[in-house]
Design a protein around this ligand. Structure first.
Ligand code: PAF
Length: 295
């Protein structure tokens, strides 16, 4: 409910000029703006991001835009779930003030010639399997930051490499925004919430549980150091590989939280255990922070 007793209803805007006018008014009122960029198909993970934005901001903007630039040819751009009506209900339930859901031509009147280069961190792991993905992701995030000009932008830790790259872009390009992150939200079976989970059949979902199992087994072994973590994680993924349908591992690796470079043998302290695998046609990623003990 809003203060007037009417059901809460975010303003839905699809045009940049209208967004700018609302933004100017908020600016004049000195309101602290918090942004949650999404591609829609909102789930409880997004709800957590919007709640954080609500807590930190005086005006909350959710953007819903399936960004073609971050999909490679042959990926799931066309079949990516689009559910604007349901998303608006979610945004209303979480008291977002404004939903910006532009068309492709509003954001890209022409294919952009100048884009953001994600650099070395954008070429490893997800970037190695999906070349160009992070350049496209950063390009749209920078555009959204320019369009909304938020004080705070909130992102999920599930897309950990994405989050690290956004932080790096904001630092390297002096973007005046505070980046806030929220821990991954998991289903009761451990699977990290993702809009792409909708693609999984029951059998695929059951196999996919090997991913969180590997991460939690790895974290349990963290006191024993890097190799112990990787051994424990691989064991859970070997079980997944033997399941039907099988889990096809892309990578299981320990990386530094800031740079997403591989942790060398013998290193102790904070690290992220990251995993990516295919189950059926669906590519899943997940990660878990942990603290490495001596080997
Ligand atoms: O994480 C996502 O949903 C997208 O990569 C983002 C950050 C909204 C950019 O399109």
């Amino acid at each position: 409910m809003s203060a007037s007793g009417k059901p809460w209803s975010p303003l839905l805007i699809d045009r940049i000029d209208r967004l700018s006018r609302v933004r100017e008014n908020w600016w004049a009122d000195g309101r602290r703006v918090a942004l949650v960029p999404t591609m829609g198909a909102l789930h409880d993970g997004h709800r957590a991001l919007i709640r954080t934005a609500r807590r930190l901001g005086e005006a909350v903007v959710v953007t819903i835009f399936v960004n073609p630039l971050q999909f490679l040819p042959g990926e799931d751009f066309d079949r990516y779930p689009r559910r604007l009506e349901a998303d608006l209900r979610t945004c209303a339930a979480e008291h977002a003030d404004l939903v910006f859901a532009p068309s492709r031509s509003e954001i890209y009147p022409a294919d952009p010639e100048v884009t953001v280069c994600a650099g070395a961190m954008g070429r490893v792991l997800e970037g190695a399997t999906r070349p160009g993905h992070f350049d496209g992701m950063l390009t749209v995030v920078l555009k959204l930051l320019h369009l909304v000009r938020p004080d705070i932008a909130v992102f999920g830790e599930k897309d950990g490499q994405q989050l690290a790259l956004i932080r790096k872009m904001v630092t390297d390009l002096d973007v005046p925004v505070r980046i806030q992150s929220e821990p991954t939200v998991r289903d009761s079976d451990g699977l990290a919430l993702s809009s792409r989970n909708a693609y999984l059949s029951d059998a695929e979902r059951s196999s996919a549980r090997a991913l969180p199992r590997a991460l939690f087994a790895g974290r349990d072994a963290a006191g024993g150091g890097r190799d112990a973590v990787l051994r424990a994680g691989r064991k859970a993924l070997d079980d997944g590989a033997a399941a039907s349908p099988p889990v096809e591992l892309d990578y299981l690796t320990l990386v530094s939280p800031d740079t997403w470079t591989e942790i060398p043998p013998g290193m102790t302290g904070p690290a992220i255990l990251a995993v990516a695998a295919k189950v059926g046609d669906t590519r899943l990623i997940d990660n878990l922070p942990l603290v490495l003990g001596p080997e």
